[in-house]
Structures are given as structure tokens and as C-alpha cells.
Design a protein around this ligand. Structure first.
Ligand SMILES: CCCCCCCCCCCCCC(=O)CC(=O)SCCNC(=O)CCNC(=O)[C@H](O)C(C)(C)COP(=O)(O)OP(=O)(O)OC[C@H]1O[C@@H](n2cnc3c(N)ncnc32)[C@H](O)[C@@H]1OP(=O)(O)O
Ligand SMILES: NC(=O)C1=CN([C@@H]2O[C@H](COP(=O)(O)OP(=O)(O)OC[C@H]3O[C@@H](n4cnc5c(N)ncnc54)[C@H](O)[C@@H]3O)[C@@H](O)[C@H]2O)C=CC1
Length: 313
């Protein structure tokens, strides 16, 4: 039946592809974001294949998903630990792993990419997958900062390409920014919007403009926090306390930067700086560059702006 559906879909011209009901999902990248998205998609009954470059990374990703599910069931099944364990096993059965993105994509309604924030690497992956994925398959990127139009440009399915920008930690954060390029079809956009809702998230519609909505506003705030500190106008600790107690943020800017990952932040700043070199917002951030050069990438490596006892997974 799946084979028949695939063949049928191959016969559609791209403009004839209807709304795709997303059931089988391939997620490329099993890091913080990919693992979180896989967890939420599997929890909501999707069949998920998580792809990364090695089995070791994938093992760590699945362990991370299990750990996060344990936190979820502690609440959800507080009085029924056995039902909680059953729930975890049921969700995990919906997740398979692979180092072969091509064969995973062949079985997918949606290929969602959550790999390093590097345009060329993202473009190369989608270029390869475009050749093997069924005609109806929608491609989407979870990029924080790169134009979806640029990522999609190496494929022949511009109408079936959009942005699905999740927030970290994915199981807790309710927002998804659904991004349409000028070429994204209405059917594709509606399918992505609907998928976000089925995941239990609240989607907002975004144009393919730098930073979409949240990061357009968040990045200047985070940059100004670090500049303020570099000018000697406040310690990291005081800046974080101030923004938590004075502005009601759950994390201060330095805590949040460590949580996002300083390598990812550096990719974002360097990428925007290359595009807009005279913009003072993107001038090099010495503290950030030094920490990344030392491999101190934030909470995920145990040290960033702060030191952590327990690594997050
Ligand atoms: C300064 C540097 C300058 C650099 C400038 C450049 C800037 C460029 C930046 C670009 C950023 C790009 C990132 C991006 O694209 C978009 C993003 O994702 S931005 C990040 C958005 N996320 C946030 O803002 C997170 C804010 N924090 C929180 O909401 C909370 O702190 C958090 C929910 C993470 C944790 O809550 P907290 O109360 O602090 O801690 P607890 O550990 O007690 O957790 C509370 C509650 O939540 C459960 N939980 C937490 N994490 C998970 C998980 N992963 N899985 C399952 N459950 C989880 C936990 O179990 C607790 O449950 P209880 O029942 O309440 O005990
Ligand atoms: N960290 C955050 O708070 C957020 C990040 N994002 C975006 O999500 C994407 C991923 O970010 P994170 O999960 O934080 O990064 P991460 O560093 O935790 O994970 C990236 C994963 O991609 C894998 N990978 C790299 N190249 C690959 C390839 N060619 N094929 C398959 N897997 C590959 C890596 O092995 C790693 O496991 C980035 O585009 C980032 O901008 C979006 C929202 C929030």
C-alpha cells in the first residue's frame, strides 16, 4: 500500500500535490532540537526516523528522549508509575534511528532538518534528499537564522519547502514559527501549520525574513546583554538575576545563551555578520569567540558562561 501511494504521488505534478497529512517523519540531526522534535512527534503518534552521522550520537539522542519522557511521565502519571513506563515504551517504539538519510527520506511525508547552522551543509543534504524523496514529501528546516529560500535553493521542490522553527526545550516550549517563502504553496504551508497543531504546539505564520519573529527580537537583546557586561556595567550573575526578577524571564540572557549552545550562537552571529558586516550588532563578541574556541559550548558540554554539574541531553 505504501509502495502504491508512493508511485501515485510520483505521478502528481508538483502543483497538483494536495495537502499532505504528515504521518511518517524523518528528522535529520539528533542534537538538542532534533531529539526534542522527535520526542514530541513520536508522542503524538507519528512514525519518526531520527538521522545523524553516527550510531553513538543516535544512542545518546534516544537516551536523551527517554530522560525527557521520564520527566514528562513523572507529572502525567504521578500515581501510576507502571502506566508511565508503558507510555514511555510506546513512544519509543515510534522512534527508529538511522545514519542513512536517503533511505529514511524515501518513506517520509516530511523531512525536517535540525543539523548545524551552516548553509552549505544544509543545502547539500536537501540536494541529495530531493533526488530520492517521494514527490509528495515536504521538506522543512528548523534553522534559527538562515533564509529558508537559500536552503531550499538546491532542490527542485520550492513549492514543498518551508520553515518549521521550534523552540528549546521542544517538549516544553509551545511555539512553532511556520515559515513560508515566496514559493511555498498554500497546501504545503497548511500541512505544516496543521502538523504543528497536531504536535500540540501553537503555530504562528512568518515570512522568510531574518530571524523570523522571535529571533529578530531576541538576538539584539542577547547581544546587548553581553556588551553591557563587557563594558563592565553588570556581572553575568546580576544581569541574569535582573532579567529574571525584573522582566519575568524564566532564564537570564547568559543562562539562555548557554542553554541554546554557544556554537549555534556563534554560527548565527558569524553568518549575519558576513551578510551585513557594517552592522554593529554583529561585531565580534570576544567572550563568545573565546568560549567556543575552548570547546565551552554551554550546558551541553558542561561549561559555557557558567559551569554545570549535570550535562543536559
Ligand atoms: C549572551 C550571549 C550573546 C549572544 C548573542 C547572540 C544571540 C543569538 C541567539 C539566537 C538563539 C537561537 C535559538 C532559537 O532559534 C530559538 C530558541 O529556542 S530561543 C530559546 C527559547 N527557550 C527559552 O526561552 C527557555 C526559557 N526557559 C524556560 O522556559 C525554563 O527555564 C525551562 C522550561 C527550560 C526549565 O524550567 P525551570 O523551571 O527553569 O527548570 P525545571 O528543571 O524545574 O523545569 C520546569 C519543568 O519543566 C520540565 N522540563 C524542563 N525541561 C524539560 C525537558 N527537556 N523535557 C521534559 N520536561 C522538561 C521539568 O521536568 C519541570 O517539570 P515540573 O513538573 O515542573 O517539575
Ligand atoms: N539550540 C537551540 O536552542 C535552537 C536551535 N535551532 C536550530 O536547530 C538546528 C540544530 O540545533 P541544535 O539541535 O541546537 O544543534 P546540536 O549541535 O545540538 O545538534 C546538531 C546535530 O546535527 C548533527 N549533524 C551535523 N551534520 C549532520 C549531517 N550532515 N547529517 C546528519 N546529522 C548531522 C550533529 O551530529 C548533531 O547531533 C540549528 O539549525 C539551530 O540553529 C532552532 C531553535 C533553537
Amino acid at each position: 500500500m505504501a509502495f502504491f501511494t508512493r508511485q501515485l504521488c510520483r505521478h502528481f505534478s508538483s502543483s497538483a500535490v494536495r495537502n499532505v497529512v504528515i504521518k511518517n517523519v524523518t528528522i535529520i540531526g539528533g542534537g538538542q532540537m532534533g531529539a526534542g522534535i522527535a520526542q514530541v512527534a513520536a508522542t503524538t503518534g507519528h512514525s519518526v526516523t531520527l538521522v545523524d552521522t553516527s550510531d553513538d550520537i543516535l544512542k545518546t539522542a534516544v537516551k536523551g528522549i527517554e530522560g525527557s519522557l521520564k520527566r514528562v511521565v513523572k507529572k502525567k502519571f504521578a500515581d501510576k508509575p507502571e502506566a508511565g513506563e508503558e507510555f514511555i515504551q510506546k513512544v519509543l517504539r515510534n522512534v527508529s534511528t538511522s545514519t542513512d538519510s536517503g533511505s529514511a527520506a524515501q518513506r517520509s511525508d516530511l523531512v525536517l532538518e535540525a543539523i548545524v547552522e551552516n548553509l552549505k551543509i544544509k543545502q547539500d543534504i536537501f540536494h541529495q534528499l530531493d533526488k530520492v524523496a517521494p514527490e509528495h514529501t515536504i521538506f522543512a528546516s528548523n534553522t534559527s537564522s538562515l533564509p529558508i529560500t537559500d536552503i531550499a535553493s538546491t532542490t527542485s521542490r520550492l513549492d514543498r519547502f518551508g520553515g518549521l522553527h521550534f523552540f528549546n526545550p521542544v517538549p516544553m516550549m509551545k511555539l512553532v514559527e511556520v515559515v513560508a517563502t515566496s514559493a511555498t504553496s498554500k497546501e504545503t504551508f497548511d500541512s505544516l501549520l496543521n502538523f504543528s497543531k497536531v504536535l500540540g504546539k501553537t503555530p504562528v505564520s512568518c515570512k522568510d525574513s531574518p530571524g523570523f519573529i522571535v529571533n529578530r527580537l531576541l538576538v539584539p537583546y542577547l547581544v546587548e546583554a553581553v556588551r553591557l557586561h563587557e563594558r563592565g556595567h553588570g556581572s553575568k550573575e546580576d544581569v541574569d538575576i535582573a532579567m529574571k526578577l525584573g522582566a519575568g524571564h524564566p532564564m537570564g540572557p547568559f543562562e539562555l545563551a548557554d542553554y541554546v549552545g554557544l556554537d549555534t550562537i556563534k554560527f548565527i552571529i558569524d553568518g549575519w555578520s558576513a551578510k551585513d558586516p557594517s552592522n554593529p550588532l554583529f561585531a565580534p563578541i570576544e567572550m563568545l569567540n573565546k568560549l567556543v574556541a575552548e570547546g565551552k559550548l554551554g550546558k551541553k558540554t558542561g561549561e559555557g558562561f557558567y559551569k554545570y554539574k549535570r550535562l543536559i541531553k
